[in-house]
Design a protein around this ligand. Structure first.
Ligand SMILES: Cc1cc2nc3c(=O)[nH]c(=O)nc-3n(C[C@H](O)[C@H](O)[C@H](O)COP(=O)(O)OP(=O)(O)OC[C@H]3O[C@@H](n4cnc5c(N)ncnc54)[C@H](O)[C@@H]3O)c2cc1C
Length: 143
């Protein structure tokens, strides 16, 4: 079982401590990937501490990544039986290095477009319409 982007802290960290890693939003919501994100966080936290700055928590993802991940999770939630096909199509129909870059948050706009093209557009459009018209709540990354 992979944690899909757990976020939110139930209690504040004690003074001088910082929660990091999966329990502090390091996981990519749609994939559960976290290794490289944690490595990048560690580099930036070390640089912050070197500058005597103490903003060492994980930064939130940009809105477009959150929006794409939420839509993907909504589709998985609505059609769990399609999940194996969706992941298979993504890896089969897209250049492998592009998929890896995309999953590692290093995807270019072209990689992003290639991933979208590998997925069944109708399924995702119907989910968008459903969210818009029926007021289906948008899943938080932690659900
Ligand atoms: C089967 C599997 C495969 C995965 N494959 C990948 C992959 O290929 N690529 C990728 O990027 N990510 C992968 N992940 C996600 C992976 O979990 C994270 O990338 C990474 O391990 C998260 O590191 P972490 O330090 O945040 O959490 P963890 O590795 O879970 O470490 C947290 C540690 O804190 C300890 N702990 C928890 N609560 C307490 C407490 N109250 N007191 C003391 N200790 C505590 C736990 O015992 C644990 O040792 C995978 C996860 C699983 C389960």
């Amino acid at each position: 079982m992979l944690p899909m982007g757990l976020t939110g802290e139930s209690t504040p960290s004690a003074f001088g401590y910082q929660r990091v890693g999966l329990m502090s939003g390091a996981g990519r919501a749609s994939t559960g990937y976290a290794f490289q994100r944690i490595q990048r966080w560690a580099e930036s936290a070390a640089a912050s501490l070197h500058r005597r700055a103490f903003d060492v928590g994980h930064s939130p993802d940009p809105w477009h990544r959150c929006a794409m991940d939420r839509l993907f999770l909504q589709v998985l939630r609505s059609h769990p039986g399609r999940a194996p096909d969706l992941f298979l199509s993504m890896f089969r129909d897209t250049n492998t290095s592009r998929v890896i870059r995309f999953l590692s948050d290093r995807g270019t706009a072209i990689a992003c477009a290639a991933i979208i093209a590998s997925l069944p557009v109708g399924l995702f459009m119907r989910q968008l319409v459903r969210i818009g018209s029926a007021g289906v709540p948008v899943l938080r990354a932690s659900t």
